[in-house]
Ligand binder design. Structure first.
Ligand SMILES: Nc1ncnc2c1ncn2[C@@H]1O[C@H](COP(=O)(O)OP(=O)(O)O)[C@@H](O)[C@H]1O
Ligand SMILES: [Mg+2]
Length: 266
């Protein structure tokens, strides 16, 4: 299978000199076309920093990211990001529908009316059919995040990067949104990288889980989630193999937490 994204020895520090904080410490992994890869790691380890580097939005100090075989030097039309800080990523002066339509900005084949129709369809898909003409600030945090997800999907970009997209969503909606994301990623044939600190979510959603160490972060291990393409909230989560993988990832994260000084724990 074709490689979609490759990270090679990514390193990044914030600040310089004595006050420099080393975040990424030689991160390497690759993602194939059509794969769904989860990245998990302890909070504050550098997951958002890594995702921004993968999106071409943050220049690493060393190493490189290749997207479809070409080294990224900046943001790419083929990569969409759903940001962790969704409330700041939506336009307050645009309606929810206009925010979703904005995700299609690079689409030159659809007419304005077709984009609006598709935008309404996507909002309906994330359970917000009645809210197309409302503004993001009129919605709860979880609903705003769903608008941001609809916008991310609207781009139909080949690669979708998701930074803890469901963190602000309640448990029941969260399960529904997980299934919706899987279904839409498949429908739009998007390759996905999901950053989350929720181990169950990471395993449930992915074909592979990349486990990061605490900061400065490296890839601790890379696990294939051999649970098939069809996931089900009840049967998948009861599958002995699911529990085995979950155990493995959970144990790694607990080990990192035990190594972390209390003052640094979030
Ligand atoms: N722009 C920045 N300047 C300085 N420090 C930062 C910046 N962004 C993040 N950090 C710090 O880098 C570390 C990793 O942050 P982040 O990538 O957001 O981690 P995560 O997403 O895993 O919680 C944290 O300690 C955070 O405080
Ligand atoms: Mg983060």
């Amino acid at each position: 299978m074709e490689t979609m994204l490759e990270a090679r020895e990514l390193a990044k520090s914030y600040g310089t000199g004595a006050g420099a904080l080393k975040i990424l410490d030689g991160i390497s992994f690759s993602v194939k076309k059509g794969e769904f890869v989860s990245i998990v790691g302890p909070s504050g380890c550098g997951k958002t920093t890594l995702l921004m580097a993968l999106a071409g939005l943050l220049k690493p100090d060393a190493g490189a990211v290749s997207f479809k075989g070409k080294v990224l030097t900046g943001p790419s039309a083929g990569i969409a990001v759903v940001f962790q800080d969704y409330s700041r990523s939506l336009f307050a002066w645009k309606s929810n529908l206009e925010n979703v339509v904005f995700g299609m900005i690079r689409n030159t084949t659809l007419s304005k009316a077709e984009k609006r129709a598709k935008g309404r369809e996507l909002l309906a898909a994330v359970g917000l059919d009645g809210f197309a003409d409302h503004y993001p600030w009129q919605l709860s945090g979880g609903m705003q995040q769903r608008v941001a997800i609809a916008r991310g999907l609207a781009s139909e970009s080949e690669l979708l990067l998701l930074d803890e997209p469901l963190a602000a969503v309640d448990a029941q909606t969260r399960a529904d949104m997980q299934d919706l994301l899987l279904e839409l990623a498949e429908r739009f044939q998007q390759t996905c990288i999901l950053v989350t600190h929720d181990v169950d979510e990471a395993v449930y959603m992915a074909d592979r889980v990349v486990v990061l160490t605490r900061r400065p972060t490296r890839v601790d291990h890379d696990i294939v989630v051999d649970l098939g393409d069809r996931r089900d909230q009840i049967t998948t989560r009861e599958d002995p193999r699911f529990l085995e993988i979950r155990h493995d990832v959970m144990a790694a994260i607990r080990r990192f937490r035990a190594e972390t000084p209390l003052a640094e724990k979030a």
